[in-house]
Design a protein around this ligand. Structure first.
Ligand code: ZN
Length: 94
């Protein structure tokens, strides 16, 4: 998770959701398809899972989600496994 004193890069006084953006900006860039401008920091597991959920809700395939996030299918698969193990993701959401 992000530290409480970390500020989002968008400059808003809100907690960071993912990619160092607040939820408002994250959703904006998600909708616009411009999230790629904001790199995930080494694909933090929490970032990956946040984005995975977004795409999954839209019915996107694992292969396409991996592409969107900018990681390989294998890396995504491993991340999901870790997330389930750590209780970040429910087995049924995989
Ligand atoms: Zn913002």
């Amino acid at each position: 998770m992000y530290r409480a004193d970390e500020k989002p890069v968008c400059g808003h006084d809100k907690p960071i959701t993912s990619r160092r953006l607040c939820i408002t900006c994250y959703n904006h860039h998600y909708t616009q398809g411009t999230l790629n401008q904001f790199p995930t920091s080494n694909h933090r597991l929490t970032d990956v899972i946040t984005e995975y959920r977004h795409y999954r809700q839209g019915g996107t395939s694992h292969t396409d989600i991996a592409n969107h996030i900018g990681m390989t299918y294998h890396a995504l698969h491993e991340a999901l496994k870790r997330a389930v193990k750590r209780g970040l993701l429910d087995e049924s959401e995989r």
